[in-house]
Design a protein around this ligand. Sequence first.
Ligand code: 8X3
Length: 273
Amino acid sequence: MAIASKTPLTKTPLTKTPLKGKIVLITGASAGIGAACAHYFADAGAKLILCARRQEKLQTLADELHTEYAASTLLLPMDVQQSDEVTAMIDGLPSDWQAIEVLVNNAGLSRGLDNQYEGSLQDWEEMIDTNIKGLLYMTRAIVPGMVKRNQGHVINLGSIAARDTYKGGSVYCATKAAVKVLSEGLKIDLLGTPVRVTNVEPGLVETEFSEVRFRGDRDRAKTVYSGMNALTPNDIADAVLYAATRPPHVNISELFLIPTDQSSSTLIHRRPT
Ligand code: 8X3
């Protein structure tokens, strides 16, 4: 028997968090998910601080954002692995670029698919230094300002790899599990402030990711996405923008999105090519 509701449901319009004129900082902005996020935020009227190691790529992106959306941009060529660089860059921001409203901790990478007992120490250092320590350095440099200004949102790029360990991926998976825990911990530590925290966990996204993992071996990288429809960087940017534009009292803590052709890290539906 249906239970009659005493209070009728009414649909009220959402008070979305506006992005027009807001400052959004994106790490790893030079390509892939970072660059797509830059386009989506610029389209929404935000001002962009673009961080990455490759200055020329950042400049090309900034030119596109000016042309397509008349966006204001500030380029911060830097390596998130270097804590001194991060601190100096953020502390040295021009006064009209200091009030960062959204931090997108996107910089991250994988290296190799070696068994844990045979892995390269250098690969481990690079993944841990970028995916965990780099994210922490950025958070440490920027979030105190958000707390002071009573406004802000940290959006971390996690991965399906945090939930589902796969052969040869254990160190990369561990770094993404760390991103999940750091996102949860930051939300706990920020309770009582209006600063929001989101962990976005994509499955397979076709980007330079696999080329970086296999150190430029394009043919090997292509096999990762062959015969299936992977997510695109735009799919992830769309999810990031969704989280950023919810009303201020709504914290989207986790967004787990995978291709329809994927069910777990290793269960992937491929058609003959
Ligand atoms: C990247 C997704 O499955 O290659 O974070 O680890 S996966």
